[in-house]
Structures are given as structure tokens and as C-alpha cells.
Design a protein around this ligand. Structure first.
Ligand SMILES: [Zn+2]
Length: 302
């Protein structure tokens, strides 16, 4: 896949129907664009894995990865696993961002993506019709064993990390962390602490535990999709990816504000005195696909 495929995600999603994916229009966006929910695999499959992408529409690699994962699972189905995917949670913002993405997509282009709303932070509120539709669709699953919300970090970040939701099964998490540590390229550091300060605990380099607040019945709190899925389904594994476009190892011990300053400097001037290592789209997609693939393998072995 290429960055420019962002402009044809709907047709890439729809063409998987011919390979056996079941595609539903689960709702429409505020501006009337289709919101798609895709399922692959038998309803009675032993495991259900759900993937949501694009809650923050500037974090475009998530939606590309969701479509790449969809294409791979329809080509090579796994009989014991049913997948549910919402590759584009915010079609209106993604559409505007995609209009600025060409085949030659640069770090500075990534820094200039600007159309975004917080569908993750407001997932359980009534604010966005997209969130209401996705919640209703999720509730049709009789169970969810693993859940992923695909995000991206700031385009320039000190390294790579993933959040794991608090109720995840520790042995399963250990296996997935081991699998990921083995495939992350040596020039992409796995962070030893969470630069955002949101994580409760460092489980291993690159894996931070996220506490999820208890959801009160009939209380429309602005909780995240993770809190929603954790409350309704108690999955064995919940994860959020935070993949950067480029790594700046000099920022390893930087504060969030210093990281932001470097991002702004490169956005406005196009350069920085600090060394930057770009992560190719191919590698970004490989890392996200590997996270899902490893979890599926470990679920089946558990
Ligand atoms: Zn995000």
C-alpha cells in the first residue's frame, strides 16, 4: 500500500466483498459519508478480534493498516477467528486529510495534516454520530477477545510504544511483547517511559499499561473506545498503537513540550539540528500487522 491509497480507501474496502468480507454501512457521517463495518469469518468462530482505526483522522497510518490487515485476512482466512473492522471512524476528517496526501508523502506533509476531532476521547458520548454508530455495531458482537484501536504518535517521536488496556491477560501480553520486541528494527527504539505521562505502568520497553475507568450504567461519560470495549466484553487483550513517522533518539528523555517544539520546528522550517530516522510506510504497516498477527497467534495458543 502507499500513502496515496488514502484517497481510495472506500473502494479498497468495498472490493474485499468479492473475497468474502461482509461489508455493512453501519451509519453515515455528519456530512453523509458512509461509515463501514467489515466482518470476516464465521459468526461461530472461537475468537473474535475487533479493530478500530481513524478515531484521530490525522493519524492516517491506522486506517491504511486496517485496510492492509483486512486485505490480508480475506486472502488468508483463519478459520477459528472472526474479525470485525471499522477502518475509517471519521470519514469526513479523513477525506479532507486525504486530499492533501500524494504519492510523495513527506514528514512535513504528515506534520501539516490538520483535520481531526477526538472520537477516541469522546467515544462514549453522544457528541459524534460516528461514535454512536460504531458503539451500536460493536454491541452486535456476542464477544470480543482482542481489541485494537489504531493510532499514531506525533510525527516525530523519541521512539515506539503501545498501550495495553488494564484488564488484558498477563501471559498473553507477555507473549505479544516478546514477539514484537523480536521484530522491531534496531534503529527504532522501544520507549522505556511514556512521554505523555498517561500510562500507569511500564510492562516492558515499548509496552505501557493504561488504566481504564469503570463505566457506570446509564452514564454517558466521554470514555474511550477501550473503556467501552473493556466494560462490555472483558477481552483478553486491548491495545492502542502509537506509531511515529520519524524517530528522533535525541528526544529520548525529552518532555512532551520539547517533543512538541521539535515537531513544530520541522513543520515550519522543514529541518532540525537533531538526527531524524524516518520509518517507511512499509515498516509502519508491518509493525501494526505484526501486533495483530501475534495477538491472534497467541490467542489461539492460549
Ligand atoms: Zn490518536
Amino acid at each position: 500500500m502507499q500513502w496515496a491509497d488514502l484517497n481510495q480507501l472506500d473502494s479498497l474496502i468495498l472490493e474485499t466483498a468479492a473475497l468474502g468480507a461482509s461489508i455493512e454501512q453501519i451509519g453515515v457521517s455528519g456530512e453523509g459519508r458512509s461509515l463501514y463495518g467489515v466482518t470476516v469469518g464465521e459468526e461461530q468462530a472461537k475468537y473474535t478480534v475487533v479493530i478500530l482505526a481513524g478515531c484521530h483522522a490525522t493519524e492516517i497510518v491506522g486506517s491504511l493498516a486496517a485496510v492492509a490487515i483486512l486485505r490480508s485476512i480475506v486472502q488468508t482466512p483463519i478459520s477459528s477467528v472472526r474479525f470485525g473492522l471499522v477502518p475509517v471512524a471519521d470519514p469526513d476528517c479523513l477525506y479532507r486529510n486525504a486530499a492533501t496526501v500524494s504519492s510523495r508523502f513527506t514528514l512535513q506533509d504528515a506534520l501539516n495534516l490538520s483535520h481531526q476531532r477526538d472520537l477516541e476521547g469522546n467515544f462514549m458520548a453522544a457528541t459524534y454520530p460516528e461514535c454512536v454508530a460504531i458503539r451500536q455495531w460493536f454491541q452486535k458482537f456476542s464477544k470480543i477477545d482482542a481489541y485494537f484501536s489504531l493510532h499514531a504518535a506525533a510525527p516525530i517521536a523519541p521512539g515506539l510504544f503501545f498501550y495495553v488496556g488494564e484488564p488484558s491477560d498477563p501471559p498473553l501480553v507477555q507473549q505479544v511483547m516478546r514477539d514484537m520486541a523480536a521484530i522491531v528494527p534496531a534503529d527504532i527504539p522501544l520507549l522505556k517511559h511514556d512521554p505523555t505521562g498517561v500510562a500507569q505502568q511500564v510492562l516492558a520497553p515499548g509496552f505501557f499499561e493504561l488504566g481504564l475507568p469503570k463505566v457506570e450504567p446509564n452514564h454517558a461519560s466521554p470514555g474511550s473506545s477501550l473503556a467501552f470495549v473493556a466494560d462490555r466484553f472483558q477481552p483478553q487483550f486491548l491495545a492502542v498503537s502509537e506509531i511515529p513517522f520519524a524517530v528522533c533518539p535525541d528526544l529520548m528523555n525529552a518532555s512532551l513540550d520539547e517533543i512538541h517544539q521539535v515537531n513544530m520546528a520541522v513543520k515550519h522550517t522543514g529541518n532540525t539540528s537533531q538526527p531524524l530516522y524516518e520509518i517507511s510506510l512499509e515498516t509502519q504497516l508491518h509493525l501494526l500487522q505484526s501486533l495483530v498477527r501475534s495477538t491472534v497467534t497467541q490467542l489461539m495458543n492460549s
